[in-house]
Design a binder for this molecule. Sequence first.
Ligand code: PBG
Length: 324
Amino acid sequence: MYLQRRNRILRKNHAIRDLVRETILTPDDFIVPLFIDEGQNIKTEIPSMPGYYRNSLDVTVEEVKLLWNMGLKSVLLFIKCSDHLKDNTGKEAWNPDGLMQRSIKAIKDAVPEMYVMTDIALDPYSSYGHDGIVKNGQIINDETVEALVQMSISHAAAGADMVAPSDMMDGRIGAIRKGLEETGYTQTGIMSYSAKYASCFYGPFRDALDSAPGFGDKKTYQMDYANRLEAVRETIMDVQEGADIVMVKPALSYLDIIREVKNAVDVPVSAYNISGEYAMIKAAAKNGWINEDKAILEVLTSIKRAGADMIATYFAKDAVKLLG
Ligand code: PBG
C-alpha cells in the first residue's frame, strides 16, 4: 500500500506524541472551589460529592495553605449560611462580619498571595433558595442587582481579589463595576458567569450549601440549554459592561459553547466543571466502570481544548497530583 500521508507517524511513541500535543494542562489552569461552614474543626463530606468537603473556616485556612504549597493559586469561595440568617432581602450577604467576609480576611491573612474569588448570588442567603429577591412568585431583577452590588462591595472591602456573579440577573456586571469604582475598589476584578445554563447538574452543589430553590426552578434567569446564540449575546454584553473574565457553566455538555464564546470575545474565558460532572465520574469510578484518574485528565483536557483559559474544578488537587 502506498500512502502519501500516514497520520500514525505522529502517534508512534510517547516522545513524538509529547512533541505534537496541542493542549497541555498545568496547575496554573485551575481555580479551586471551597465550601465553608460555621463552627470549629468541622469537616463534612458532601454525600453527593464523595471526597469533597464543607469545612469550617479553621480547617479551610489549613486547606488553603496546602493548596498554595501544591501550586494552586486561586480559590472560589462559597459559604453555607445558617438558616436563621436567611431572608428575602439577602442582607446577610453584605454583613461585614458574615461568614464570607470573615473567610476572605482569614484566607488573605494566612496566604496573602492566594487569589481569592467569591461567589456573588443570593441563593445561599435566600429563604426561597433563589438567586434573587422574590415578589409575587417572581425573581425581581433590578432590586436584586442593587443587593448584588452591596454584596460585591462588601467582599471587596474584606479583601477579595475578584467577585464572581453567578446569579444571571440583567445588568449586574455594569452595576457592580460602577459600585466598585465609586467605592474605590479599582483593583477588584469581575469574573462573570456569563453563559450559565439552567442545569440539572448543579444538584450536588445545592446539597453542599442547602440552597435548592424552595419553589419552581431557575429558568427565568439561567439560560435554556437548547440555546447557543444567546450565550454569545450574554457574554458580549458582560464584556461591554466591564467583566474581566467570562465564564461558561456547566462545562461538559457545553464544550461547543466554550469554543463559541472563546471565538467571540477578547477577554479570558473560564469554564466551571461543576458538581454534577464531578459526581458522575466519582460514581462511575466507585462502581469500577471507568478509571477515575484517566477520566479526570481526559475531561479537564477536553475543557481546555474547547477553549477554556482556566477551569474551576473540584478535581484540582487530584489533577495536580496526576500531572506531578
Ligand atoms: C449559585 C451557584 C450555583 C453553582 C455555583 N454558584 C448553583 C446554582 O446556580 O443553582 C453551581 C456549582 C456546581 O454545581 O458545582 N448561584
